[in-house]
Design a protein around this ligand. Structure first.
Ligand code: MCA
Ligand code: AMP
Length: 511
């Protein structure tokens, strides 16, 4: 009996004293040391009563222990549910309840607030802090460093990642072992990863990009990572000369280009820079090449699908495009209304099919049916076009989504909070260009007749409910929302009206 994901990513490294994680302070965690750490954690989880197939929700700081928790879940057959560290208790409550997570792991600082929620929902609470303290690691101290890997089938669930929806309700995307493994294999081969690679890892590990793309690809190739807690420009400049590959969201690249210490000489030993999660401006691509001689390789993916397309490793990495469908991925551009495939060159909704495409949304068969066709094609909601050479261009979105610094924000979720505030008749939330984050959130409020909404009080209410990165950077009170003849709010008109609000002023980042 085997566990395909654990065996290929982790088990294969048993006994290897080679470096896996290079930490910011210079400490090294070897491949074998990492596996032993994961085994000890797996024992704690099993002794706590977790069974294969149970969900474990984790809102923890990025650390080797947090990554080992992922490996431990894979080894014990537990479904890993990583959560953004910015989520509020309100948001966490939904995820814990919806997933029926049996165990919740959080930072000690948040434990008092979360414990009543966990108790009410019948989940046990353990703590894990960024410095390796907390009840999870206390429990792991005396445990055996080997753990009998639980057998899993390729179609068994490995992880849930929540993705917000246009209705404002988050959906748990169910990812199987085969989804993660097939994509890791394809990407490692496509991007030529090997055991000599050292990936500079400054992304969070609660999303596909940092966890599955960066980490799984490095693991499957047997390489190492310079594992930084977050994106800190000074640390990036210090560590870049030691790396061979970097993965980042476009904000990483624009922030590096804004720093004079970032030069071609600094990255002379680098072999590859990869960008994704949000559109990389052609201008950034060009400036980056002029500064370093490297052409950034842009790829395109989603939580539900892992990675779908990539620019070529050897061929032309074309600025403003996301390259070609990956081997094994079918991609077509379809009429948004009929679903019929459109002729090459026309703009339509991108649909994808392949071993990378998820199993569906947890306990939401109707939502799954709306987006996943019976023939296996997933309707991405991204608008695209395929050029004469076969390169895929993302030209817009058929879904109401804002991407800020690589984080997805669904306006509906914020509008629901704004609409409920005193004096607000209705609201519209839009994304407007922002020099640092690509896009940022603008909230537009229409007052009830005779009312004057208190924008400070409204900002406080948003702060209590939603994660920081979703907060509107500005709230404006306007007379009315523009609507079309069907009564639908014309967000494009609003986006055009407010497009210059933040575009060239980095100091307007804060509210
Ligand atoms: C931080 N803040 C943000 C964001 N990040 N606000 C909006 N959007 C954000 N992305 C808040 C902070 O809480 C802070 O609030 C203020 O904005 C300024 O923070 P700053 O220090 O400038 O930000 P930072 O901490 O340096 O973070 C920026 C970042 C980070 C490095 C770009 O957001 C990041 O690591 N993004 C990567 C996200 C990612 O991994 N996405 C992949 C999703 P205050 O001023 O109140 O303190 S997976 C995916 O999309 C698919 C599958 C794919 O294709 O990969
Ligand atoms: P998520 O739901 O967090 O998985 O985000 C997926 C979305 O990010 C996609 O549907 C796209 O809209 C966007 N995205 C990811 N990579 C790219 C890219 N390279 N260019 C443009 N948009 C991207």
């Amino acid at each position: 009996m085997t566990n395909p994901l654990y065996d290929a990513l982790f088990g294969v490294h048993a006994g290897k004293a080679t470096p896996f994680l290079h930490l910011a302070d210079g400490q090294i965690v070897t491949h074998d040391g990492f596996l032993r750490l994961a085994a000890r954690i797996a024992h704690v989880l099993t002794k706590a009563g977790l069974q294969p197939g149970d969900r474990l929700a984790a809102q923890v700081a990025k650390s080797p222990d947090a990554l080992a928790l992922y490996a431990a879940c894979a080894q014990a057959g537990i479904v890993f549910l990583p959560l953004n560290t910015a989520y509020t208790v309100d948001e966490l409550t939904y995820f814990i309840e919806n997933s029926a997570a049996r165990t919740v792991i959080c930072d000690s600082a948040g434990a008092d607030e979360l414990r009543p929620v966990a108790d009410r929902l019948g989940a046990q609470l353990l703590t894990l802090n960024g410095d390796g303290t907390g009840s999870l690691m206390d429990g792991a101290k005396g445990q055996s460093e080997t753990y009998p890997t639980v057998a899993r089938a390729a179609d068994d669930l490995a992880a849930f990642l929540y993705t917000s929806g246009t209705t404002g309700r988050s959906k748990g995307a169910m990812l199987t072992q085969a989804n993660l493994l097939s994509n890791a294999r394809t990407l490692a081969e496509h991007w030529r990863f090997d055991a000599d690679d050292i990936l500079l890892h400054a992304l969070p590990i609660f999303h596909t990009h940092g966890l599955f793309v960066a980490t799984n690809v490095t693991l499957i190739a047997g390489g190492a990572m310079i594992f930084l807690p977050n994106f800190d420009i000074d640390l990036m400049i210090e560590k870049l000369p030691l790396a061979t590959v970097m993965m980042g969201v476009p904000t990483f690249y624009t922030r590096l280009l804004d720093d004079d210490r970032f030069t071609g000489n600094l990255v002379r030993d680098m072999r590859l820079f990869i960008s994704g999660s949000a559109p990389l401006l052609a201008e950034t691509h060009i400036q980056f090449e002029a500064r370093t001689g490297h052409r950034i390789l842009e790829r395109y993916g989603m939580t539900e699908t892992n990675m779908n397309t990539s620019n070529p490793y050897d061929g032309e990495r074309r600025a403003g495009t996301v390259g070609f469908p990956l081997p094994g991925v079918d991609l077509k551009v379809c009429d948004p209304k009929t679903g019929a495939e459109l002729p090459q060159g026309e703009v339509g909704v991108i649909e994808v099919r392949g071993p990378n495409v998820f199993k569906g949304y947890w306990q939401m068969p109707e939502k799954t049916a709306e987006e996943l066709r019976p023939n296996g094609f997933f309707i991405t909601g991204d608008l695209g076009q395929i050029d004469g050479d076969g390169y895929v261009h993302i030209v817009g979105r058929d879904k109401d989504l804002i991407i800020s610094g690589g984080y997805n924000i669904y306006p509906k979720e914020i509008e629901l909070v704004l609409d409920a505030q005193p004096g607000v008749l209705e609201s519209a939330v839009i994304g407007v260009p922002h020099a640092d984050f690509g896009e940022t959130v603008l909230g537009l409020l229409v007052p009830e007749p005779g009312a004057t909404p208190d924008t400070d009080a409204i900002a406080d209410a948003v702060r209590d409910t939603l994660a920081r990165f979703k907060h509107p950077r500005k709230l404006l009170v306007i007379d009315e929302l523009p609507r079309n003849t069907m009564g639908k709010v014309q967000k494009n008109a609003l986006r055009n009206r407010y497009c210059d609000l933040f575009s060239d002023n980095r100091s307007s980042v804060t509210q």
